[in-house]
Design a protein around this ligand. Sequence first.
Ligand SMILES: NC(=O)c1ccc[n+]([C@@H]2O[C@H](COP(=O)([O-])OP(=O)(O)OC[C@H]3O[C@@H](n4cnc5c(N)ncnc54)[C@H](O)[C@@H]3O)[C@@H](O)[C@H]2O)c1
Ligand SMILES: O=C(O)[C@H](O)CO
Length: 326
Amino acid sequence: MKIFISGVIPQIGVKMLQEEGYIVEEWNHSQPITLDELIDKCKDADGYINVMSPVSGKFLEACSQLKVISTFSVGFNHIDIPTSTRLGIPVGNTPDVLSNATADTAFLLMLNVSRKAFFNYRRIIEGNWKPGFLSVDYLGQELNGKTLGIFGMGRIGFKMAEKCKGAYGMKVIYHNRHKQEQAEKEIGATYVSFEELLNQADVLSIHAPLSEENKGIFNDSTLKKMKNTSILINTARGAMVNEKDLIQALQSGQIWGAGLDVTDPEPMKADNPLLQMENVAITPHIGSATVEARNAMSVLCAKNIIAGIKGEKLPCVVNPEVYKNN
Ligand SMILES: NC(=O)c1ccc[n+]([C@@H]2O[C@H](COP(=O)([O-])OP(=O)(O)OC[C@H]3O[C@@H](n4cnc5c(N)ncnc54)[C@H](O)[C@@H]3O)[C@@H](O)[C@H]2O)c1
Ligand SMILES: O=C(O)[C@H](O)CO
């Protein structure tokens, strides 16, 4: 059995696959794999671990012998799921094990923006720390008792809400596809409409998956409904925020600040105006980048692949419909 991995992942999962007797090949080049190279590597593979490169219909048709695909992520918006399902290929992902790490990243960005920490750090390293005690300079805003709005109260949204409630006693409101009882019961979160979420949140943190429906949902008209003092945090997917409109909203003072772990495109260009803004903090898609989370993701990918090769149901499958015809 041959397993191809389109990047380098923690070796714990690779070893699990090797212990099953599978031949494992990793893409360990500095440039991301191209479609032609991917097809070439996967055309005789049984399993494929995808490290955030697009899994298009063209690729799937060319490698339809694959018994299983597992993405090294919880998000799967980069995979053509209908085509995988039609071709009978189960697709796995890595939920839960990265929720804590990703919520920590959202929290880190929120706190950073609220106190302009990244910007102030840059002033020091650029030699711009003004002498004397600055009583009216470098001022941020406090988070205690403020209202946190969660867009997408799923696994990560819940963790973020729990942390903000615990650390700052924040009032939690949320907008989701459906009411989330655990969040209401354990955190005292209140379900609100999208409009109310925009109007009332002091910090609005995005945790829904990217879909056709919510692409660019944070745009000129929705950002205009947010408070002038509000902070927007995005650790979900860059394309959910219209970047041009966000820049305009920040420059005009329509919203107060933004913290982004994800952008569109990635990597972000070094001359992006967002990088020069005082009330903006940006991290390079490191949401799940802890040793603990990445090791657990590697193990979960290996478990998905092993189950798929054996013809068993994957521990974490995103297209369970694939089993209906079997
Ligand atoms: N920055 C990172 O490194 C990183 C790490 C992990 C996950 N993510 C992103 O975070 C996303 C969320 O992960 P999760 O495990 O919490 O997912 P989840 O499925 O547990 O939660 C998502 C929630 O969003 C809700 N939702 C979906 N579309 C919606 C809409 N249009 N309006 C309102 N609610 C909507 C769903 O009902 C669900 O409750 C992933 O899809 C991924 O894109 C990013
Ligand atoms: O969706 C995910 O899991 C992230 O973006 C990568 O960790």
